[in-house]
Every structure is written in C-alpha cells, then in structure tokens.
Design a protein around this ligand. Sequence first.
Ligand code: ADP
Ligand code: MG
Length: 182
Amino acid sequence: MGKDILRSELLQSLNTLSNDEIQSLSFSLTNQIIKFIKMHPELIEQIGAGYLPLKAEIAPVYQVLLHAVPLTIAYPISKDSGMGFAIPDGMPRGGIWLQPPFIEVTPDWLFIPGVGFGLDGRRLGRGKGFYDRYLKNSEMMKIGIAWSGQLNEVLPVESHDCHMDFIITENFCWDVKQQVKF
Ligand code: ADP
Ligand code: MG
C-alpha cells in the first residue's frame, strides 16, 4: 500500500477518537513517558523537544509531565529552511509552531508525533517531511509518540524517512533496537 493511502486511512481512524478519548489517552501516555524518563534520567540534564498537538493528536500533558520530572522542553518553530526548536519564555503559545518570545536551541532528544509507526522504528508523518529534513544526519534520540492504534506492521518507508529509537504509547514503552516492551 502506498504512503498516501495508508496516511489517509490512519488519519481517518485517528479522527474517530473523541476529544475525551484523546485527553484520556494523553494522560495515560504521560504516565508511560514519566516511567520512561525515570529509566533514562540522563535526559533530564539534556534539552528535549516536544510538539504542540493538533486537535486529533495524542500528546504529552506537559504540565503533568514537568511536575513529575524537571525536563527542559523546546517546541517546534517555523524557519525559512524548514523547522527549528526553541524554548519559550513562559507557557508555550501557538498552533503547530511556537510563537515568540523564545530562545532557539538544538535539542538532544525529541518526542516526535506521527500518523503511523512501525515497531521497527519506521514513521509516517503528515506528509511534509519536516522531521525527516530536520533530523537528516543527526544523532539525536528520537522518541515516537503514538496511540497504540497508530502502530502498523507494514509501513512503507523511503530512504529519507527518519527512524525512531523508542516508541511510547498509552500502554507501553518500546525499545526499537532491543525489540522489547517495558
Ligand atoms: P512525512 O515524513 O511527513 O510522512 P514524507 O516522508 O512523505 O513525509 O516526505 C515529504 C516530502 O519531504 C517528500 O517529498 C520528500 O521528498 C521530502 N523530504 C523528506 N526528507 C527530505 C530530505 N532529507 N531532503 C529533501 N527533501 C526531503
Ligand atoms: Mg517521512
């Protein structure tokens, strides 16, 4: 199946989730993320990147997350050449892109949204290739964030597609390299 067909099928199933369901999934996801960070405490010392969720998108509940673990989180900013990341001065404001004032940074690790993920680390995004271009030749730790309904065994990828090191869902954390759930 081609990327575009699978993308629209996965987006359709995402759109069947109600706002309440997305909120409840996001809280469960946040608990999984807290467990993940406690197992990778080195991430606390580093700069992380999150994302500002679209309407039908599971996402970390940042207030709960930051209350449990003192992370430094940057958010996507729009740049002529693609995307960048920046730390807001105060609460993050904006739609997909963080609005100023902010300070641009280079994150060490990223929470990455997607439309679909494979347990081999494959990712299908929304079709603009922003993360693929930003992460080209980078060594940053890539943590895919998904509802378990977005996991797919057969996911078409192209050579430019970035691969995840970990995937976190509302039910479990997944180590792509070790192929183990925790
Ligand atoms: P997504 O990752 O959002 O699902 P795609 O992987 O389909 O989207 O990529 C979207 C577009 O971005 C494609 O046309 C692709 O050629 C382009 N693209 C992705 N990575 C790069 C790159 N490293 N350099 C240039 N163009 C890229
Ligand atoms: Mg891609």
